[in-house]
Design a protein around this ligand. Structure first.
Ligand SMILES: Cc1ncc(C[n+]2csc(CCOP(=O)(O)OP(=O)(O)O)c2C)c(N)n1
Ligand code: SF4
Length: 274
């Protein structure tokens, strides 16, 4: 496998359930690191809490496993203290969109130079299948045994509207796109967000009678439409589909730590004090 230098092989075998998509997402992140030749001595991986958040433990680089929902808050501190480092956040949909929702919005608003990969399995995996803000309407969860009533976030649209300058979505089935989007995100200077749909056969799959993990991957293949296809479809045709693609990429938006360092330099040089 490419990118083995980024893997803590002594930590294997990993603890995810058989057929869990999170290993596929981590594999894509590792291949993306390899593709861009990431210097692992100048990179930090940060996570919150959840099955997905265990991913940082398998990366051979400085890593921080923080409190639930707070990965981006810790990552922001790291990036401000050491803007020269590549800071990568790996976290679940519950972690990023529920308890950590405000951190996500404000990291995007600042356009701080962090790469954030959302492992979206549409459920709280680690705590046995409660619904998250990304659980699709109608899906069953342990806290929605008759089907989820709420509408799910389109998290890419939320993050883009908040100000992120790189936004993309893929799935564990569309692995080549996933690797390429994460590679582009890692090269990007501002806040880069990649959502990857990742199957949880144990709780989402079983609760929704989706069959084995292969069937869940086929479900992603059948549901997914590209951005170009989606633009030719009406809302009725798009119902129940997931749009994948690169939604937004703008290198022209000021990155927060650069603006901050410029201000510090101006003040140190005796520039304006207000
Ligand atoms: C403050 C706090 N609240 C709740 C929890 C319990 N908890 C641990 S992981 C988790 C949800 C994880 O779900 P998600 O982020 O979607 O990741 P997954 O396990 O699905 O990969 C929750 C609610 C916690 N650890 N800390
Ligand atoms: S509970 Fe779900 S998300 Fe957690 S390891 Fe098992 S399959 Fe993966």
């Amino acid at each position: 496998m490419q990118g083995l230098c980024y893997v803590r092989r002594e930590r294997l075998p990993h603890l995810w359930c058989a057929g869990c998509g999170h290993g596929i997402v981590l594999g894509a992140v590792i291949r993306a690191m390899d593709r861009i030749g990431l210097d692992q001595d100048r990179a930090v991986a940060v996570s919150g809490i959840g099955c997905s958040s265990r991913a940082v433990g398998y990366l051979d680089m400085d890593a921080l496993h923080t409190t639930h929902g707070r990965a981006l808050a810790f990552a922001t501190g790291i990036k401000l203290a050491r803007p020269d480092l590549t800071v990568i956040v790996l976290a679940g949909d519950g972690d990023l969109a529920a308890i950590g929702g405000n951190h996500l919005i404000h990291a995007a608003r600042r356009n701080i130079g962090i790469t954030c990969v959302c492992f979206n399995n549409g459920i709280y995996g680690m705590t046995s299948g409660q619904y998250s803000p990304l659980t699709p309407t109608g899906a069953r969860a342990s806290t929605a045994p008759y089907g989820h009533l709420e509408r799910e976030f389109d998290l890419c649209r939320v993050v883009q509207a908040a100000g992120a300058s790189y936004v993309a979505r893929s799935t564990t089935y569309h692995i080549h796109q996933t690797i390429e989007y994460v590679a582009r995100a890692l090269r990007h200077h501002g806040f880069a967000f990649v959502e990857v749909l990742s199957q949880c056969p144990t709780y989402f799959g079983r609760g929704n009678r989706m069959g084995d993990p292969v069937k869940m991957l086929q479900w992603y293949r059948e549901r997914a439409v590209t951005l170009a296809q989606a633009q030719r479809m009406d809302p009725e045709e798009l119902r129940g589909r997931v749009v994948i693609g690169e939604f937004h990429r703008d290198e022209g938006v000021p990155e927060y730590t650069r603006s901050y360092l410029d201000l510090v330099a101006r003040l140190a040089a005796g520039g304006e004090s207000r």
